[in-house]
Design a protein around this ligand. Sequence first.
Ligand SMILES: NC(=O)c1ccc[n+]([C@@H]2O[C@H](COP(=O)([O-])OP(=O)(O)OC[C@H]3O[C@@H](n4cnc5c(N)ncnc54)[C@H](OP(=O)(O)O)[C@@H]3O)[C@@H](O)[C@H]2O)c1
Length: 326
Amino acid sequence: MSLAALPLQQHVPTASPLAYGCMGLGGRWDHAPWTDSDVDHAQAAVEAALDIGITLFDHADIYTFGKAESVFGALFRRQPSLRERIVLQSKCGIRFATDSHPKCYDLSGGYIVEAVEASLRRLGTERLDILLLHRPDPLMAPDEIAEAFQRLRTQGKVGHLGVSNMNAGQMAWLGRALDQPLVANQLELGLGHLEPIDAGTCFNDPQAATRPGALAWAGTMEHCQQHGIQIQAWSSLARGRFSGDTAQTSADEPARALVHQLARHHGVSAEGIVLAWLMKHPARIQPVIGTSNPDRIRACGDAMRVTLNRGEWYSLYETARGVPLP
Ligand SMILES: NC(=O)c1ccc[n+]([C@@H]2O[C@H](COP(=O)([O-])OP(=O)(O)OC[C@H]3O[C@@H](n4cnc5c(N)ncnc54)[C@H](OP(=O)(O)O)[C@@H]3O)[C@@H](O)[C@H]2O)c1
């Protein structure tokens, strides 16, 4: 099966159709030091991801309180050739509370530069191929963000800029200040999070309107499609809700059963069907997979061997919604 080009490949030709999310690396979300066994765990996950053709690895400065990046840095020291084989992406902008400040989102220019430099130190590398702004900051000033990005780019510390969890208006506002295109927007999206798709489709469905966030995403996918911005889907596996062997709630069972039925029909894994549902979308969505189980990672590779037809896609959409399309 040949896959159409991803929007991201205009800027990063080696970006893969699936991305690997590194949030599950680095051990527990605590401040205990990372260990060699955390590096072994990351190595097994990265090798499984490379085996299925993944080149793009997605980090954030906050994952496991910085340990995901540190463990990846240790992996680069174990395998120095790895850095040049992959597309390295990280994010900044979420700050946990400390004694000196409350929890906040911080897209001030000074903080962006400081956070990127800290990520580079943890990763032990000189450059992030892509930097994403992790969440919108109500106090953000696009000119200041543009200046910080320009400085990092000129210094060779960041190749491209993208965003995460931003809607169409936020992307347009930020984009006007930049002299480089935004290359990606990472959204919570998949069979477990239909809001960005429902927003443009189910406008006359009173139940959809009551879903948190549903209306905030109106026009977001279309803005990305119009401007060639790569949509990356986080929570793409819905944490196993539809690909697992048993349903996590009775409400999920019909969609879980349908995923497994389609998997048997196409001779692929259930993970392959869940991801193929995203990849059928004409925006050429790039699912970010967060499992660190090597067998499950390899099962995700089936997504590139199956194309759902329109009827299968809509059956999964409506069943996962749990309420009929309007
Ligand atoms: N931009 C943002 O705001 C944002 C937010 C969250 C995450 N992310 C990124 O997106 C990536 C993926 O997000 P995610 O981790 O939320 O999504 P995910 O890929 O939907 O879920 C991964 C999690 O689900 C578990 N899982 C998957 N299939 C399972 C199954 N069949 N049975 C039991 N457990 C199963 C995995 O456990 P195992 O490891 O045991 O398989 C792992 O803990 C992250 O790694 C991160 O890079 C971005």
